[in-house]
Unconditional design. Structure first.
Length: 282
């Protein structure tokens, strides 16, 4: 094949729905009010716990959440929602992976939730149960674990290709410099907070061995912290997502703060701006 196959990025916005939506919005409203009270006293201590709480709760509402400042004061609490419910973003992800499976396009699903907040086995089970390929069979799904030595990962990826694994689930930072040309699609359940992990993972299919038009999809709930984080990393014009030449992410060289505190500060400022104008849609 001559030249580089086409590549594009797009955002899939998802409504939170009647169960998650009210719980998340009440949690965000209560905790943000308390954070702004701290900021009025030049105290930035609750910013990072607040930022993490809103990211994780929307992704894993079955955990519930109590957001505490570093001094232990409770900023707000979110209810535990049912574990066995398929939440709207999960359903959108299932639908997307299913679309690709029926076209014979292997997909990488990136999730930030590992360690104490691991949702990879849950995602694997949902995809195996609800996705069907062209022949009506369940897809092969594998999880790349951080415990696997880096030197062993390329051979493991090649074995996935030989055994026709259709879906790879992993944490974005784990891919390193792997040759992932076997995969043709990427779906981010939530984008990484770190820019380097985001850019490397989003475009990890673009190697010399890639022979198919590749695509990266970023999933985010409407009016969520995750969407604000994506907007912070994306191409925008007047506060709206503005993909250029099919690319959502802004240049990796763009000057953007990358510590958690800098990101959290940017998020609270984005929320202040959104009170004056609706959050961008795409």
């Amino acid at each position: 094949m001559n030249g580089t196959p086409p590549y594009c990025e797009h955002v899939r916005l998802v409504e939170m729905g009647p169960l998650l939506g009210p719980a998340y919005r009440a949690f965000e409203q209560a905790t943000t009010k308390r954070v702004e009270e701290y900021l009025a006293q030049d105290d930035m201590a609750p910013l990072i716990p607040w930022f993490k709480a809103l990211l994780i709760y929307a992704d894993m509402p079955w955990l519930g959440w109590t957001c505490r400042a570093r001094d232990g004061e409770v900023l707000g609490s979110a209810p535990v929602l049912p574990y066995h419910t398929i939440y709207p973003l999960e359903q959108a992800l299932i639908d997307y992976v299913g679309e690709q499976a029926r076209q014979g396009l292997p997909t990488i699903v990136f999730t930030e939730n590992t360690g104490s907040f691991d949702d990879q086995e849950r995602l694997k089970g949902l995809i195996e149960q609800h996705v069907r390929g062209r022949q009506g069979s369940a897809p092969g799904v594998a999880i790349l674990r951080g415990a696997m030595a880096m030197r062993e990962r390329q051979a493991w990826i090649e074995s996935c290709a030989r055994t026709e694994v259709n879906v790879l689930i992993c944490y974005p930072a784990f891919i390193g410099d792997l040759d992932l040309a076997y995969f043709k699609r990427i779906a981010f359940k939530r984008i990484p907070t770190q820019r380097e992990d985001l850019h490397r993972a989003a475009r990890c299919l673009l190697g010399p061995a890639q022979d198919t038009a590749a695509q990266t999809a970023f999933f985010a709930y409407e009016e969520s912290m995750a969407l604000r984080l994506l907007m912070h990393r994306a191409r925008t014009i007047h506060g709206k997502l503005a993909p250029v030449d099919g690319l959502v992410l802004s240049s990796f060289d763009a000057p953007q703060g990358d510590t958690l505190l800098e990101i959290a500060c940017a998020m609270i400022e984005a929320m202040k701006r959104s009170r004056e104008a609706p959050l961008a849609d795409c």
